[in-house]
Design a protein around this ligand. Structure first.
Ligand SMILES: [Zn+2]
Length: 119
């Protein structure tokens, strides 16, 4: 089955929504954080070589840690204990709840890299 090549924006949007980066219809995950072997609609191998997404994953995590550090550096330093706790809670909650979406983005970027370099 011939598929149209989706653009970078389309791939990132589909991946963020936890859908297949190629067709946009099949689900990427079996459970909260467990990837499927392949897309149930178009048959794309989601992660043919599991180590290939680590580079994107490490960069994505570092950016997530860097944003609160930059906010602190730029002067966002709550003085009272409750705003500090709230800030920490928001960062931890965002880190946890966006994990599947960030992993989806890593899979999408890996898909684009494989497509670009025909790996
Ligand atoms: Zn698909």
């Amino acid at each position: 089955m011939k598929h149209q090549q989706p653009s970078l924006g389309v791939v990132l949007r589909r991946s963020w929504k936890k859908h297949c980066p190629r067709c946009g219809k099949g689900a990427l995950f079996r459970s909260w954080f467990k990837l499927r072997e392949c897309c149930s609609v178009c048959g794309l191998a989601i992660q043919p070589r599991p180590g290939d997404t680590w580079g994107f994953w490490i960069i994505g995590d570092r950016i997530f840690v860097a944003v609160p550090m930059i906010a602190l550096y730029l002067g966002f330093t709550p003085v009272e204990w409750f705003p500090r706790l709230f800030f920490l809670g928001v960062v931890v909650a965002l880190f946890f709840f966006t994990m599947p979406m960030r992993l989806g983005i890593c899979v999408g970027l890996d898909y684009l890299a494989r497509r670009r370099w025909k790996v």
